[in-house]
Design a protein around this ligand. Sequence first.
Ligand code: EPU
Length: 337
Amino acid sequence: MILQERVDLTASNTLALPGRAALYASIVDPVQLAAAEFRHRPRFILGGGSNLVLTGDFDGLLLHMAIPGKRLLREDAEAWYVEAGAGENWHDFVQWTLAQGWPGLENLSLIPGTVGAAPIQNIGAYGLEVAERFHSLRAWDFEKQAFLMVDRNDCRFAYRDSLFKQEGWHLSGRMAITAVVFRLPKVWQPNTRYADVAQELAAQGIAAPTPQDVAAAISAVRRRKLPDPAVTPNAGSFFHNPLVDRAKAEALAADYPTLPRYPQPDGRFKLAAGWLIEQAGWKGKNLGPVGMYEKQALVLVNRGGATGADVRRTMAAVQAAVHEKFTVDLTPEPIFL
Ligand code: EPU
């Protein structure tokens, strides 16, 4: 077991923020997790670092999940059950399932990060959340020193949320997800409800898209709107789209008739944080080395040389501007370490 000390994490987070881990190890096999030195606290489990704000040095043990592997576990009349190691790159995994002829994840193409991280914040895009394709996961429980299986019904999936984000679970380092099983139904229909996706397919002259067509269209839309972290460091959407009650949505719509608002099953309305930020004057605006992206105001970007403190400063300024104009509070989507 190789424990490294004072490891630089700048290249391990897609916002490219500087910081070091006091102790660091890369996990390539689940059995490694039982090693005594990994009982160390505090402990943080890192995937692709694409949903992370590194606020400085981490004075603890950082375990980088690099467990590989992808395979068909089984199939029945209705679905394929496909398993992947936590360290597999999410987009590569999605493309692999499509190449095998097992569609169902194509709307989640090009989302940065790893398979193991996908259920934690219930990644979602273009009308699909991973919860809809999730079957179960396997994780190492550091307290019980045992593997546990978690089924879909126990995950408490919600919009960008799950059990694993709750107090005492993944984020406190209690457990490390080692593998995820997806259930991909054999009956497939393209999900092109999102206007951006429908427009892209229409522009390409595709009326009856294959799963690969949908994946390609979504990749094209994302490439147009979202910055490539390798070029412009970012962590995707920086805030949740806020949920407000009906009265609040109606009051805002009376003042701002073009306000995007989406009714939710629970009677509330989801607003578009990107729209609110743009209206508050922050699209393409910077404070020091951190700004909001010019093509998608919901994406916070590191213009070069930023620290966690710089991110906090811009985040607070954007939250204040949106609150002042709309009395809506924006909560950050990434995890702060
Ligand atoms: N909008 C603006 N100005 C902007 C950005 C957006 O007016 O600068 C408006 C758009 O015109 C649209 C609405 O806001 O009316 C929603 O925008 P968009 O469709 O781009 O999606 P989003 O709500 O900003 C969410 C997810 C994305 C996901 C897309 C597509 C969240 C926090 N974000 O963004 O997820 O890719 O929908 O489904 O839910 C991520 O979580 O990192 C992420 C990229």
